[in-house]
Ligand binder design. Structure first.
Ligand code: ATP
Length: 370
């Protein structure tokens, strides 16, 4: 029997609705063509504009829809002028991470031959690695609870065995999947500062314990400062990297920079029972409503969602469509034509989405996929 998957869709604020609509359209067409799975979509209103209208930023009905869904597709939330009474920004996506225990922030970095970017790739080498950022503890553990006196400020970093064990298991499983797909060599690098901090020596010891369970994969360590250097000097050498929350926060923006900008950077926040897929960028209020937003990061996030659903539900049709969708976007980016303004082109959101549809559904591409 064909498997159906419920997707909760948070279209969010700013450019969110503009990039969500064409992404959902593409997903519907892929599913209709595949026949190997079906998707149903539930709208989940939330975010800053919703708060301004109703006084609620994450209504219970939307949270319930997220909990009940097989996967959550989210664009971007928050608007600079809409804030809670205490002055903090509206960010239900961060609340979802905590409520649903989404401990693994997955940030793929891919740069294909021909793609414009800050680095010149050596002949025959692509960049294709995944940075996994622990997303529920680390230095962010004390967020909002740091101690500040007249003379001193303190924030506490927290690393737990429970979360680290889940995180490292996830990292090695991901490396195994990538290796099985022929996408990489099967190597996991633990990024830490174990030479200076005891907490990171603890983190590394837990990584080593998980590594022992995966003799078919290679396990490495790297200090975070050296990693920043190598991400610029030889990013093609990395496969899967796993790190603490704050280090991951910083390195993932370096990764987005390698790709040529936020408009191309997808992400996922994954837990044991739930997963949210969303672009790395924010709601870009400066260009909202003008049809200028780049939809590629959102579409690549949707491709990650298909891939994750395919892996967790053992569904080959979903896996194939996740790969097909990612490669369609990568093909357009490598070709250098049909790009939006943030990538140096002149295409609008609708044109860019149409290029993806053309790559997926014109007779030649359809024949190649079947
Ligand atoms: P947040 O704090 O919510 O991450 P931010 O203020 O740091 O948000 P963004 O909203 O991501 O940042 O916007 C940063 C810049 O990047 C803006 O100039 C915005 O227009 C641009 N930008 C972000 N996303 C896109 C996109 N999809 N297409 C084109 N430009 C974008």
């Amino acid at each position: 029997m064909t498997q159906n998957f419920e997707i909760a869709v948070f279209e969010g604020d700013g450019i969110g609705p503009e990039i969500t609509a064409p992404t959902v359209e593409i997903l519907k067409k892929l599913a209709a063509q595949s026949g190997g799975y079906t998707l149903s979509f539930t709208d989940a209103p939330a975010g800053a504009a919703h708060y301004a209208k109703t006084g609620e930023s994450l209504p219970k009905t939307s949270l319930d829809a997220a909990r009940a869904a097989d996967a959550i597709l989210l664009s971007a939330m928050g608007l600079p002028d809409v804030r809670y009474p205490d002055g903090t920004e509206i960010s239900p996506q961060i609340e979802l991470r905590k409520i649903l225990d989404l401990f693994a922030g997955v940030r793929p970095v891919t740069v294909r031959a021909g793609q414009m970017g800050p680095l010149t790739l050596p002949e025959g080498r692509d960049i294709d690695f995944v940075l996994i950022r622990e997303s529920t503890e680390g230095l962010f553990y004390s967020q909002g609870a740091g101690e500040v006196t007249e003379d001193e400020a303190r924030e506490t970093l927290r690393i737990t065995r429970k979360t680290s064990e889940k995180l490292f298991k996830f990292a090695f499983n991901l490396a195994q999947n990538r290796k099985d797909q022929g996408r990489s060599k099967g190597e996991v690098t633990c990024v830490d500062k174990a030479n200076v901090f005891r907490a990171f020596a603890f983190f590394r010891a837990l990584f080593d314990a998980e590594a022992k369970k995966h003799p078919e994969l290679t396990a490495n360590h790297a200090y975070v400062d050296a990693t920043a250097l190598w991400m610029v000097q030889k990013p093609w050498d990395f496969d899967v990297m796993v790190t603490e929350n704050m280090f991951g926060d910083i390195l993932s923006d370096l990764g987005a920079g390698l790709m040529g900008g936020l408009g191309l950077a997808p992400s996922a926040d994954i837990g044991e029972d739930h997963a949210v897929f969303q672009p790395c960028h924010g709601s870009a209020p400066d260009i909202a409503g003008q049809g200028l937003a780049n939809p590629f990061a959102m579409i690549l996030s949707a491709a990650m969602m298909l891939d994750w659903l395919g892996t967790t539900h053992n569904n080959a049709a979903l896996l194939a469509d996740g790969k097909r969708l990612r490669e369609a976007v990568e093909g357009i980016v490598s070709s250098g034509t049909g790009l939006t303004r943030d990538l140096g082109g002149s295409a609008g959101t609708a044109d860019a989405a149409k290029s993806v549809e053309a790559a997926l559904f014109t007779p030649a591409s359809t024949a190649a996929a079947s």
